[in-house]
Each structure stands twice: as structure tokens, then as C-alpha cells.
Design a protein around this ligand. Sequence first.
Ligand code: HEC
Length: 91
Amino acid sequence: MKITSSKNITSIILVCFALFGVLATNGCVGSQKIADKSGMKLWSENCQRCHIASSSNTFSHEEWKTIGMHMQSRALLTNKERDKIIEFLQN
Ligand code: HEC
């Protein structure tokens, strides 16, 4: 018995493209939402998890930059999220 005709393969490929399309679009919507979050929101959602957060005037602008780099890897943030949080903390 022949299992796959070329017609079947075509419809499988079409279904794959359709699924991929849906996933790709959802991915974009998801990252858009993260990009819309303010520095304050990202900070409150990500930085309180491990320790009580220091207030913004505890450290200088330069120190916040260094802390941001260090905590970015701990909190698994994207560069954009880190920049927003640092900007929020520097003000
Ligand atoms: C996964 C846990 C974790 C997350 C998430 C995290 N931190 Fe930290 N943080 C630590 C640990 C552990 C230390 C102690 C220093 C070290 O070993 O890195 C620390 C130290 C610090 C310090 C220095 C504390 C002091 O008083 O000297 C600051 C400031 C800080 N974190 C800010 C942040 C900010 C801002 C974020 C969010 C972007 C964040 N942390 C997210 C674990 C975390």
C-alpha cells in the first residue's frame, strides 16, 4: 500500500505553514506586550523575586548601569527590558 501520495504531502506542508503562521503572529503580539510595559512595571515584576529591591536613590547612575548588567543575567531580561528598568531606577 502506498501511504503518501504527493497530494497528501502538499496538504501536510500547507497545514505546517498555517500552524507556523499562527505561532509566529502570536509571538509578535506577545513581545509587543512586553515592549509596552513601563520600566516600573518590569522592575516590580522581575526584581522583587529574589530580594527586597533597593530604592532608586541608593545607587548612582553609573552604579545602576553596572547593577543592571549583573541583574539582567540573574533575572533573565532582554536588553530592552533591562534598559527600561535602569532608566526607571536612574530617575
Ligand atoms: C534570580 C535572583 C535575582 C533577581 C531576579 C534579581 N536579583 Fe538582584 N541580586 C541577587 C543576588 C543573589 C544578589 C547578591 C549579589 C550577587 O551575588 O549577585 C543581588 C544583588 C542586587 C543588588 C545589590 C544589593 C546591595 O544592596 O548591595 C541590587 C541593587 C540588585 N540586586 C538589584 C536588582 C534589580 C534592579 C533586579 C531586576 C532587574 C534584580 N536585582 C533582580 C539576585 C537577584
